[in-house]
Design a binder for this molecule. Structure first.
Ligand SMILES: Nc1ncnc2c1ncn2[C@@H]1O[C@H](COP(=O)(O)OP(=O)(O)OP(=O)(O)O)[C@@H](O)[C@H]1O
Ligand SMILES: [Mg+2]
Length: 373
């Protein structure tokens, strides 16, 4: 069997053999490849790079790479500056470059220094892989999780809407009766009208909450209070918490700083975790929620969600963030095993971290930390 080609065997080969060999690899490689010299001017641009970006050789050869790709990274933290000086490489960094048509192209990039035969750095090579498909898939995953949660909460919401509706109907009947028997009683009807107004507002709020949650929106990164996000998440699950006899205790520290993030996605994080806690306490229990500032200069906001449910075995704790891992296969509760995988992804996208501690038959605590604004 032939020996696999190593760097040594390749450099030992005749240029006429190596050249077509490299050209063959470059033109068939899935990702785009380009090289730059020490002044960051493009010296080589592969066919797949042209296909991916829409640029032709005339557009790019000899041009400074930042002026072509216009990624944020080019202005703020060009990986080549360090690489050219120190010889370090960049592996699988996510970046958005701009194609010839001006549209952004999400990519994962790998960049490494190029050396001459004396070992001196003469430039850099960069391989970039199209991440559009991956991005579309993850956003589909997010949406399907939203729909799954929606299915679980909609029965509860229907029940919640029914309660205020019944209240309104009762007061309408009462008002009718009073008005018919005694027109002077109209004055006292104000309080019934107040109740009806309150109940109707409640109903509108529940429906709006549900619509916000299910509607697919591009993330909108804004300053927000995690306490407020938690409040809205608990509202959505109010009925399920009541039905399962779960006492919710809030111990938020006052004056916690804002974080920056997408309200809907962070709500999805809290709903998923609280829903898991509800499912872990089918016969009631206590849910303790503490939102506090952490770090020397209050540089983190920590959210602690603790339940008194069934707990997670040591063996399973390591697996709970894996997509499709679930222990809910019975006829009463069916899980997809997506909730926590999505939670983890959203937390990471918000530059946060998540930890869990659990004891079988005692309960589970999730701790999530986000950088303060
Ligand atoms: N608070 C909790 N108490 C006990 N077990 C938990 C808790 N949270 C998560 N788990 C365990 O982690 C597993 C994975 O949770 P995850 O939310 O990802 O999926 P799921 O709840 O099974 O399904 P889905 O969320 O897609 O409906 C659960 O099946 C359960 O075994
Ligand atoms: Mg779940």
């Amino acid at each position: 069997m032939a020996e696999p080609a190593s760097a040594e065997t390749l450099t030992g080969l005749d240029r006429s053999v190596v050249e077509p060999f490299l050209v063959g690899i470059l033109s068939h490689l899935y990702g785009g490849v380009f090289t730059i010299d020490k002044n960051k001017r493009i010296t080589l641009f592969s066919k797949s790079a042209m296909w991916l970006t829409g640029f032709g050789l005339d557009d790019v050869i000899g041009k400074e790479c930042g002026s072509i790709f216009r990624a944020n990274m080019c202005r703020n933290s060009c990986p080549f500056d360090n690489a050219i000086k120190k010889g370090s490489s960049t592996n699988r960094r996510y970046v958005e470059i701009y194609g010839k048509d001006g549209k952004p192209i999400p990519c994962n990039i790998t960049a490494f220094p190029l050396r001459n035969t004396e070992g001196e750095i003469v430039g850099m090579a960069e391989i970039f892989r199209d991440a559009r498909e991956l991005k579309a898939l993850t956003s589909q995953l997010l949406q399907s999780d939203r729909l799954a949660i929606l299915g679980q909460v909609s029965a509860g919401v229907a029940h919640e809407i029914n309660n205020p509706l019944n209240g309104i109907l009762t007061y309408i009947k009462l008002m009718n009766r009073k008005l018919r028997s005694n027109p002077a009683a109209a004055e006292s009807l104000g309080k019934y009208l107040d109740t009806m107004e309150r109940e109707t507002r409640n109903m509108a709020r529940i429906v709006r909450n549900l619509l916000d949650f299910s509607r697919r929106k591009d993330p909108e990164i804004v300053p927000l209070q995690l306490g407020e996000v938690m409040e809205q998440s608990l509202l959505l699950l109010g009925d399920q918490l009541k039905v399962h006899n779960i006492e919710v205790v809030r111990e938020d520290e006052p004056g916690v700083p804002d974080v920056t993030g997408d309200f809907g996605q962070l709500q999805q994080v809290f709903v998923n975790i609280v829903l898991n806690s509800i499912q872990a306490m089918p016969d009631g229990g206590r849910l303790l929620i503490r939102i506090t500032a952490e770090g020397k200069r209050k540089s983190f906001v920590s959210v602690n969600i603790s339940d008194t449910g069934c707990g997670i075995s040591e063996e399973n704790v390591a697996k709970i963030f894996e997509p499709l891992f679930t222990t809910k296969g019975g006829k009463d509760s069916v899980g997809l095993g997506l909730g926590l995988a999505i939670v983890q992804r959203i937390v990471e996208e918000h530059h946060g971290s998540i930890d869990v501690t659990s004891k079988v038959s005692k309960g589970t605590t999730f701790n999530i930390r986000f950088p303060a604004r």
